[in-house]
Design a binder for this molecule. Sequence first.
Ligand SMILES: [Zn+2]
Length: 463
Amino acid sequence: MGFINAIHKLSTEMNEKSYISPFLQDLNTNKTKFLEVFIEVDRLELPMKPLKLSGIALIELDDEPCEQQREKYLYKPLSGNVSWQYSPVFPTGSELCKKGIAPLEKIISKIRKKVFEDLEKQKLFTENAAEKIENLLFDAKETIDSTIDKNFKTTIIFGIEHKGKRYLPGELDSFRGYFNNKIQNDFKRLNNSTNCSLCLKEVQKVTNLSKIFKFATFDKLGFLPGLSSKSQLKVFPICEQCYRNLMYARRRIQTSFTNFYVIPSSDPFVEMWIIPEVLFLNSSSKKITKAVVIKNFEAYLHNNACMREKRMFDALQKQDATLNFHFLFIEKQQAKEGLMQVIEDVSPSHLKKIQSLWEKNSKKFTNSGSVLLDTCFSFLRLVYINDSESKRSVNTESKFRTQKAVELIAKLLRGERINTNGLKKEFVSRFPKIMHSGNYKTVINNQFRFIEFLEDYNREGTI
Ligand SMILES: [Zn+2]
C-alpha cells in the first residue's frame, strides 16, 4: 500500500482552478495538427441553436503542454466504444491522412454520433442540432479537406461563436458543467456510508481505484501488498476529494516522474514510474515542508536533464536518506494498462550500493565503460533480451524476455537474491544459436560479465 499513499501525497501542493482541473489531460501534440471549427449559435444560453460554421483553421499547439492549454480544451481521453466525449474535442488519429474525401465523410458521421448527439441529449444544443451540425460539416467538407495537412494526424476542436466572439470549450461554463457531470458518473452512491481508504473520511459517494489506474483491476493478487484475500481486494473505496488528488498526482507522475529508457519498447511499451516519498525532514526550517522537498527533487530531475540524458538512477542514488522511492513498471497497449512490477521503499543507499558493485564490474571488464547504474540496467536488459550485439536482432521471444528483464531489475531494486544457476543454464541453452553469429565472443563474454555481476550482488548487495 505504500506506493498508493506515496502517489496520494504527490497532490499535497495541488492548487487547481476548479473541480474538473485535475482530470484535464494534455492533448497529444506528437505529429499532430489541430483543426479548430467554430459553431455560430443564436445565443449563449442553453440550449444553443447552431446557425453556421466559421473559423475553420488548422493550428499547431505547443509541444510543452501547459495548464492554460488544458483549461481551454477540456480534454480527457476515453477508451472503448462510447457515444460521448468529455468535451467537443475529437482526435481522428491518422484517419484523415488517407487520400480522397471519403475518410472525412466517415469522420463527420462519427463526430455526430460520438460528440454532438449526447451534447444535444444533455440539452447543450437544441433539438436536431446534431443533425444540423453534421449537415454544416458536410457542406464545408471541401474547405475542411483543403485545410487539413495529410502529412499529420488531425485532432478536431469545436468551439462556439456568438456575436463575433469565439469561445473554446473550457471558456464556457456549459461545457465545464457537462464535463463535471460525466465525472460524477464515476461515483457510486452507497446505501451505508463507508470510510475512504486513503483519508479515512466517512462518505457515501465513492469511486474505485481502477478509475484512476486501469491496472488496478484487483484480479492480481499482490497488487495491494499486504492484502491477499480476493474479497478484501475488491474493497478500496475512494472519496471525491481523494479521487481528484490521485488524478492530479497521476498527471504529475506522467509529466515529471516517468521514464521510458530503462525498458525501451514499443507496442506494448513499458513505462517506469518513479514515485518519490519524503520519510522525514532534515531541516529545522519551517518553510521546508515535505511538499517542498518533492518540488525541489522534481526541479532537480528537470534542471539536471537526468531523464533526457538517461542517467536518472545516478540522480536517485545521490539523494539523501530523507527520500525513498517506489517504482512501478507498467505495460501499455492502446487503452490497456498492465502492472508488471511494483517495487516499494527503495532507499538511495541501496541504489548506491548496486551502482558501486557495477563500478567494480566495469573496471574489471572494461577500460572505459560507464559506471552509472543506468548503464548497468541497460546492459542487463540488452544481454538478457538479445542473443547478439546488434540491437536490431530482437526475436519473437522478446516479449517474454522483456518481462524477465523487468523481473530481474525489480529483484535488484528490492535487494532480493537472484538465482544465477538458472540464468547460467538459460545462457548455455542459447549457445548453439549464438555460435552461428559473427560476434559470439563478445556475446558470451557479456553473459559471463552479467553472471559475475549478479554473483557479486548476491554476496554484497542483497538486503
Ligand atoms: Zn478520501
